[in-house]
Design a protein around this ligand. Structure first.
Ligand SMILES: NC(=O)C1=CN([C@@H]2O[C@H](COP(=O)(O)OP(=O)(O)OC[C@H]3O[C@@H](n4cnc5c(N)ncnc54)[C@H](O)[C@@H]3O)[C@@H](O)[C@H]2O)C=CC1
Ligand SMILES: O=C(O)C(=O)COP(=O)(O)O
Length: 530
């Protein structure tokens, strides 16, 4: 039974599938501080958060059973990603579910700012009928500068066009073509600062974007600018903004997010007549909360059940077309890694993976992770997964070398995995996906074989002499080990040879020792492939 802790307010409807799953127990505990989380996190397999819970290294370290942290939303700046990656904890988010909601909040803030709605509301309900103070401005004909043209920024642009605004857009990944399609003008931050009437930010908070609008930008800013931040506190320097408002450079600001949330009661934005604020409500609609919770719940279930998942923040993203091509090979890749690790002794110094045929023209990095996981799991057990395997390999000085070749010797695809060890071993196993037959191991060192990589196997190295197969069969039969299939590979008649048996149950250590001591047999090794 998997245990999932939901530590922020997350839509009940969105997590219903977790509650309904018969292999999951959901525990809801919101408002816990770091110490309280550290005290209980050890019993959970997954943690589900929004932006309130700061998922620190301490919490992740205490989460000895944690396999996933799910962020029901976009920003993961409240999660220590490096710490999660090192521990093999998958961090997933829900990047699409709250885009429109946050875009709509941005527009609501822009209009509220243009028409002083919160200030006028407060005065009206306090009993003053003031129709003079709150003269606003139209959006029509104004220029909106958008910093960050990702999901939300692009949607804001579309809607702002409908208000008759001209858009200047800056995003390092915005191409001329896309800008043209979105009917926006490519600009620099400086162009926006100098020419826009309204400015809105929609970037993540990174070292590069922190304080992207600060004193140097305010000093040259077009007078009367109105600024909206529904992305992340810290993108716009809060203190420099207040100075710019008080100097009459900025006409007003609308902020949904703060550098420190919640802000202190003496924060200069609170009660400033030209600043309107909301308490990080950008994603807070019924629809968005359901969407993000559904998306994250689904992904958490996939991770816990060891099924393929998407939207992992601490694994490089893979295009769906590439994923479709690679996914059928994940299990084979992991088994090849595991197989070659089990036949190798000594510390691994290099994993060489060669992709040939169909796989040579795709980005095989996700598949490489499965292979490396397979290799390392033999030594490091279940602590290894596709998130931390590269980190673990690097920290153990294991070199990962990948090569590709368009042609294979007779197969449409071939994955070869060889391990070099510090004691100079060099072992190789190669496998393929055969249409209609599934996964096969087709090469073992220099021997051509045809093995289904499943279950319990015994690998015997022997001299090619008559009668050996009989001896092995008799010994296993006497010890109640049933042989399901047998393959023999040799390079020369009478030379060294290799026998691989698939058996219905694992042989005992004693049986392996007896096998290895039979005449003409050099070694007998058990291999387990799940
Ligand atoms: N207030 C709220 O409740 C919500 C806030 N957000 C925040 O909104 C922001 C945007 O979210 P999405 O549009 O979904 O993300 P996204 O990843 O689709 O877009 C972010 C864009 O910023 C661009 N970018 C990165 N560095 C940049 C730079 N230095 N200058 C200009 N552009 C840069 C990226 O290229 C990308 O296109 C995020 O910070 C997210 O956490 C998202 C949802 C709700
Ligand atoms: O999705 C995001 O990035 C948000 O900022 C939304 O935060 P929330 O889930 O409302 O705490």
């Amino acid at each position: 039974m998997f245990k999932i802790l939901v530590s922020d307010p997350i839509s009940d409807l969105g997590i219903q599938q977790l509650v309904d799953a018969n292999d999951v127990t959901v525990v809801k505990k919101t408002g816990l501080n770091e110490d309280e989380l550290v005290a209980i996190i050890g019993e959970f397999d997954a943690l589900m958060v929004r932006s309130q819970t700061t998922v620190t290294e301490r919490i992740l370290t205490a989460g000895t059973n944690l396999k996933a942290v799910g962020r029901a939303g976009v920003g993961v700046d409240n999660i220590d990603l490096d710490a999660a990656t090192k521990r093999g904890i998958v961090v997933i988010n829900a990047p699409d579910g709250n885009t429109i909601t946050t875009c709509e909040h941005t527009l609501a803030m822009m209009m509220a700012l243009a028409r002083h709605i919160p200030q006028a509301y407060a005065k009206t309900i306090s009993g003053t009928w003031d129709r003079k103070t709150f003269i606003g401005v139209e959006l029509r004909g104004k220029t909106l500068g958008i910093l960050g043209m990702g999901r939300i920024g692009s949607e804001v642009a579309k809607r702002a066009k409908a208000f008759g605004m001209d858009i200047l857009a800056f995003d390092p990944f915005l191409t001329e073509d896309r800008a043209e399609k979105l009917e926006v003008k490519l600009a620099t931050v400086n162009d926006i600062v100098l020419n826009a009437d309204f400015m809105t930010v929609h970037t993540p908070l990174t070292p590069e974007t922190r304080n992207m609008i600060s004193r140097p930008q305010f000093e040259v800013m077009k007078k009367g600018m109105r600024i909206i931040n529904c992305a992340r506190g810290g993108l716009i320097d809060e203190m420099a903004l207040i100075e710019a408002i008080d100097q009459g450079i900025v006409a007003g600001a609308a902020f949904d997010v703060f550098e420190h949330e919640p802000p202190q009661s003496d924060h200069p934005f609170l009660n400033h007549p030209k600043v309107i604020v909301t308490p990080h409500l950008g994603a807070s609609t019924i629809e968005a909360q359901e969407n993000v919770a559904i998306d994250v719940s689904e992904e958490i279930l996939h991770i816990l059940r060891n099924e393929p998942f998407k939207n992992a923040v601490n694994i490089p993203p893979v295009a769906p077309s590439v994923m479709n091509k690679l996914q059928p090979y994940f299990s084979l890749g992991e088994k090849l890694g595991s197989f070659v690790a089990q036949i190798t002794t000594g510390a691994v110094s290099e994993i060489h993976i060669d992709y040939a045929g169909d796989l040579s023209d795709v980005d095989t990095l996700p598949l490489t992770r499965y292979i490396v996981k397979g290799v390392l799991s033999h030594h490091l057990g279940s602590d290894v997964n596709i998130v931390n395997c590269s980190h673990l390999a690097k920290s153990r000085d294991v070199n990962i070398v990948v090569s590709k070749a368009p042609k294979t010797k007779g197969f449409t695809n071939l994955i070869s995995v060889s391990l070099k060890t510090q004691n100079n071993q060099d072992r190789l196993v190669a496998g393929t996906l055969l249409q209609g037959y599934g996964e096969r191991i087709v090469l073992l060192d220099k021997y051509t074989v045809d093995i289904a990589p499943d279950g319990n196997q015994i690998l015997i190295s022997h001299n090619d002499k008559p009668g050996i197969i009989g001896l092995v069969g008799t010994l296993l039969g006497e010890n109640d080990v049933n042989i399901a299939s047998m393959q023999v590979g040799r390079t020369l008649v009478g030379g060294s040879a290799l026998m691989i048996l698939t058996v219905d149950k694992a042989p005992s250590k004693d049986v392996l020792v007896k096998l290895a001591s039979l005449q003409e047999i050099n070694s007998a090794l058990e291999i387990i492939l799940n």
